[in-house]
Write a protein of this length. Sequence first.
Length: 484
Amino acid sequence: MTNPVIPGMHPDPSVCRVGEDYYLVCSSFEYFPGIPIFHSRDLVHWTQIGNALDRTSQLLLTAETPSSAGIYAPTLRHHDGRFWLIVTSVSHGGGNMVFTATDPAGPWSDPIPLPDVGGIDPDLAWDDDGNCWCTVAGVSQYRIDLATGEALGEPKRLWSGTPGAKAPEAPHLYRIGEHWYLLIAEGGTERGHGVSIARGPAPDGPFEPCPANPILSHRSTDEPVQNTGHADLVEGPDGSWWLVLLGVRPGGGTPGWHVLGRETFLAPVSWVDGWPVVGELTSGPASAVTERDDFDDSELRPCWISVRDRSEQHCTTKERSGWLTLHARGSGVDDPAVVFAGRRQQHLSCRVRTLIDPADGSGGMAVRFDEEHHYEIEVASGEVRVIARIGPLWTVVASQAVATGPLILGVQVDEARELRDSRSGPDTISFGVEEPGGTFTVLATLDGRYLSTEVAGGFTGRVIGVYAATGTVHFDWFDYQQAS
């Protein structure tokens, strides 16, 4: 199979099946709209059908929300004819909350706060008596009233995973056959990540751990997929079982840098003596992808995300027909309030182009990790320049005079095929200008290591998009192509 099944920054997957249809959600952190929702009929080919949190009454991320905060680890379930989504908002006025919908594509309700439920990575499960159980990282459990958001009684400690393993988190509770199964991640979401499971007679235990734990981990291996964990089980209509989980694809030398963030992978599951056995987690090349947006629709497609918020006052396709118009707020990509619209980088090598009309402002195209780690190519006052921000260092790497008027800007990401030495980066990122005849002039080529999780930290991955630094800028089209 093709793996990852959802490439790019799509971590903490949670999946449910309704009839022949599978639905999956992921974390979205500081990006708006929040919680991308995908649909599939085979668990391999996924189409994004929306974002659950697409209005400020559901998701309010202020400029004070740090990068890699925001929306953490949703769980998606279908119960009693309705879809239920529980999630943690790590931001001002956040906490755990529940959303509901009759159609997973939306609209989703405003939040039902759960003020009594602490922790992150909340899960929902129902027993035959209609009781709703919410289990959180730690691993503790609450019985809750979803109508009011109140906890019914005190939390109960269930199981802390393998002795000595850090960060028991991402709990998911299932009734399968005669047992209740409690699936967790442990070892931290870095290289020590793994998946373990326990079972018991009731939703609140007591739980006995699987003797083969962890049932999945790539720690201390040379497997191309690492950091495997934060999994969710699902049964197919044919009785087959599957595991969706996150993983990363590090590249380059030592320690290995992953740049796309944590991605969604799929593995087969069989059952032996009442315990799940995870099959081989294969990694295969994705089919060629070319995605072009001419901004002809009245709204941006679901794959487009912005930093913390997106108001039509600052970002719209309605002001200039067939163009995306951005009105600057703040001072550029360094600013938490930057006006930015982008899409996740999903391939280790890719080619991105956009046609910008700087009009009476300045802006361009950026490869963003966070406010302190980004590269961009920017047009301002008859000059195009390449800027690099790495932690406290900010510099103009290259510049060139250009004629006024519309201009094609380009970014080329090339995966490293050969290692120079142990410090070789995972890729290079080239910035340049494309002439009308198609000739691409490179202004600068930068080391991709510095836009990676191992350098920047946090939980996200690269997003490539357009932004306004000052005034008003327009973009006629945006073209993303997977490169060989």
